[in-house]
Design a protein around this ligand. Sequence first.
Ligand SMILES: *[C@@H]1O[C@H](CO)[C@@H](O)[C@H](O)[C@H]1NC(C)=O
Ligand SMILES: *[C@@H]1O[C@H](CO)[C@@H](O)[C@H](O)[C@H]1NC(C)=O
Ligand SMILES: *[C@@H]1O[C@H](CO)[C@@H](O)[C@H](O)[C@H]1NC(C)=O
Length: 504
Amino acid sequence: IGMRLILLLTAAGAVSALPPRNVRRANFDALPADTTDDKLDLVFASALWRHGDRAAEHAVPGCDQFPEDAWTFGGGGYGELSPEGMKMHFDLGRKIRKRYIDDQKFLSSAYNAKEIYIRSTDYNRTLVSAYSNVAGMYSGFGIEGQNFPTKEGANSVPEWPAGYIPIPVHTVDYGTDYVGHPDAKCPRQEQLYGLVKQSPEYQSYINDPQVAQILKYLSDETSTKVTIDNIYDLDDPLFCQSIHIEELNQTDANIADFYPWYYTGDIPAWAAWIIDQDEQFTDGTGNPGGVNGIDVSVEIPKIRAGDTLKLLVSNVDGVLKCRDNMDADACSNFYKKLRYYALSAHDTTLAAFLTILGVKKYIIPEGYPNYSAAILIEVFENRDTKDRFFKVLYHADKNDDFKPITAFVRGCDFKENLCPIAVLDDLVKKYAPDTDMATLCNTPVDGTAFATTAQLVTGSTTSDVPVTTPKTTIPTTHQDTTTSSVSSISLLSALSVMISSFLL
Ligand SMILES: *[C@@H]1O[C@H](CO)[C@@H](O)[C@H](O)[C@H]1NC(C)=O
Ligand SMILES: *[C@@H]1O[C@H](CO)[C@@H](O)[C@H](O)[C@H]1NC(C)=O
Ligand SMILES: *[C@@H]1O[C@H](CO)[C@@H](O)[C@H](O)[C@H]1NC(C)=O
């Protein structure tokens, strides 16, 4: 027991050694409410969301429960959006409608092709989430004969689903989608992960004896090799199955009855803890002092979300240039009437973007963004001074509304809900790639060379299959993760249970 206690002390010490996050969390509750100022005109809004609830990506390793054909919704098979996931996005679309159409009278009530642009990663569940979301935004509010066919007369469609409006969703090849897919093909990112893995911070994490003990336990139970790199592949299907267990088994089954070896004691908490630690190395924040003189806390986010930031800011610039002068050459047609741009993507996309904004450690210190989590970025102009500002809001999950988080953004004033637009340019200077992503990804980190040129990015891939980085700090299938319910508190309470049983 004494040995076990020391091991737990080590691990709990590592978890609880995050005082800044607790301090900022407390302040989060004290943030000013979402205020409006009638001198400020909303001029552009952008949304970035995660898809809704979905099927597992594969079975639990080493277990034959619930193979692919057990998943029947969303077209059937692994990874598809469920009807619950469609509802999450329909509801989010309704909330967006309320904010921008009902409350702020910013967008037209009926769908207007020049006003909005919707982009999705080329993944079934993100595409279907986007369709569901815009259905929530506009369906039922269209004009018969304009937004959809009439019920009577020439070219009528009496069977047309009531009020349904088809709305375009754009996409690009997934393998080289650096805007929506943080793990798009990138030899430079693989090199950076290689560096991270050599760092003392990473080494002390993987050499933690308690971590090794948990991994060995899970390996024994599944008869597979569970490692830091693939433990997510165990946790994620369990999470998805747990949500759908009753429909999967057609009974009022309990997930713990299928996997008693997992749902026991602190095993789920430890698995989540290990995944959370890993995530910090993946997003570049696990090495605040850099590695071998390379600032991975900038270089990794630049690859994972630099292009996402670049797209956002180029949209803002495009809209503002037209606002300055509609007739100037700098005002391109696309932006003349554009007011709203949305990107339908993955938890990894949101996590990487929140990392660049500097807010991830406050908003989601553990786990990944929930299903249908969303970030809104709004740009305002003061009618008198013409000064421009932006506001950032976060929608944590289906039960949440949009909460302003601007105060947490790197470079913004902690007491304010609005931040000068120049702060976005500072973020671009630091985190946006100054070349295109293919060039950046083909550029080795200083003082190194790629092991082989075979991995270089050569433009669009023709395959629909996601191109992923080799096994590094996270599993290659890491498109989505669950939200961990673990907190330092639960680990500390596990510790105090240990202490009390030790004392007894
Ligand atoms: C998407 O759906 C297609 C069939 O339409 C299927 O072949 C493919 O496996 C699915 N892929 C993803 C990544 O969602
Ligand atoms: C799963 O369903 C079967 C019937 O199809 C039932 O016998 C079994 O008890 C269920 N499992 C659990 C753990 O509830
Ligand atoms: C997910 O949503 C729940 C509320 O249902 C919230 O407590 C939790 O913090 C959210 N997680 C993240 C990572 O945002």
